[in-house]
Design a protein around this ligand. Structure first.
Ligand code: TXA
Ligand code: MG
Length: 317
């Protein structure tokens, strides 16, 4: 393993971009302090330059090199959830090139919870800017194969860290002028879990030309196949009768569809398991040349709220 980490370090020191595993989704990592490396990430992803990146670090001690005026509540959140799927939006210091933050005066930071990437970050002399390793707008990658499919000949190294354990992106929390926390993007940590530390939170769901977080673009994480989200499977199936239908289902299979056109997210109805499986299931269905993929709405509680949000955006025309 140390050989892979050494190769990764030399690629990154040369200004290269590599794929890194995290507990949420795979990322495309590059030197966050190098404008040229960060530009390569935007180019690879075909990502608009107005959509800023998350900077990944190995320890809370590094925070003060990158950010200033850090609210106490941010430290409480960091100490509770890091390493883990929480991203904090903080006032940036000069050291972060403005391409990383798309010109904003804030920077997004997190400590990912994957031993290989933590090992790498500890040994690197700089933090890693890393968006999810998918072309802009397409389904997020939770396995090395997904990254390979997207970026076959364009990456010198994909660190194989197995399947991502959480399976959906980090929750993004920022702060208003009075330092009250705001959820910018729902993710693998639920609002309830965050509220245990912060007290009642607000959400920032406003969508505009320059979204505060990508989850706030109304269309995102999408399969190429036309998709729809429903809370009434029976009626939706009737509506698409005669078409080649695929179904992304929470717990139970459908009697009237071929089994290989169905993906069950968690037979036992466990939302954590459903989150871990959802993008991989979407990738598989998207490869079956179907006319339509029907997403079954999950229970609107806890992680179900986040997954439904992802499904709604994926299904948007
Ligand atoms: O779980 C994750 O967060 C994964 C893994 C790889 O860490 N990364 C990820 O990155 O989802 P990405 O680029 O797909 O989504 C992160 C988003 C940015 O697109 C941006 O909208 C938001 O975080 N963001 C970054 N900097 C921000 C800032 N200064 N203010 C508000 N939102 C920001
Ligand atoms: Mg993304």
């Amino acid at each position: 393993m140390s050989e892979i980490i050494d190769t990764a370090i030399s690629e990154l020191k040369d200004g290269g971009i590599i794929a890194i595993p995290t507990e949420t989704v795979y990322g495309l990592g590059g030197n966050a302090l190098s404008e040229a490396a960060v530009k390569k990430i935007f180019d690879l992803k075909n990502r608009p330059l107005h959509n800023p990146l998350i900077v990944h670090i190995a320890s809370v001690d590094e925070l003060e090199k990158l950010a200033k005026n850090i609210p106490d509540v941010a430290y409480r959140l960091a100490h509770t959830f890091w390493p883990g799927p929480l991203t904090l939006i903080l006032k940036k210091k000069e050291i972060i090139p403005s391409i990383v933050t798309a010109g904003l005066d804030t920077v997004a930071v997190r400590i990912p919870d994957h031993w290989l990437t933590l090992e790498l970050l500890k040994k690197l002399p700089f933090p890693l800017a890393a968006p999810s390793a998918n072309p802009f707008g397409s389904i997020s990658p939770t396995k090395p194969d997904h990254v390979l499919k997207y970026f076959k000949n364009q990456l010198n190294l994909i660190i194989d860290g197995g399947e991502c354990q959480r399976g959906i992106e980090s929750t993004i929390v920022g702060f208003d002028k009075s330092q009250n926390p705001i959820i910018f993007r729902q993710g693998a940590i639920t609002a309830e879990e965050i509220e245990k530390i912060t007290g009642k939170l607000h959400f920032c769901t406003h969508e505009d030309q320059r979204p505060k977080a990508p989850g706030m673009l109304s269309k995102h994480y999408s399969p190429k196949t036309k998709s729809c989200l429903t809370n009434n499977l029976k009626t939706t199936l009737q509506f698409f009768e005669g078409k080649k239908i695929g179904a992304l289902l929470f717990q139970n299979p459908l009697g009237d569809l071929p089994l290989d056109h169905q993906e069950i997210l968690s037979e036992s109805g466990d939302l954590k398991v459903a989150a871990k499986n959802v993008y991989a299931a979407m990738h598989r269905l998207d490869q079956k040349n179907l006319d339509i993929i029907i997403f079954e709405q999950l229970p609107d509680k806890g992680l179900g709220i986040t997954i439904n949000d992802k499904l709604r955006r994926a299904a948007k025309d």
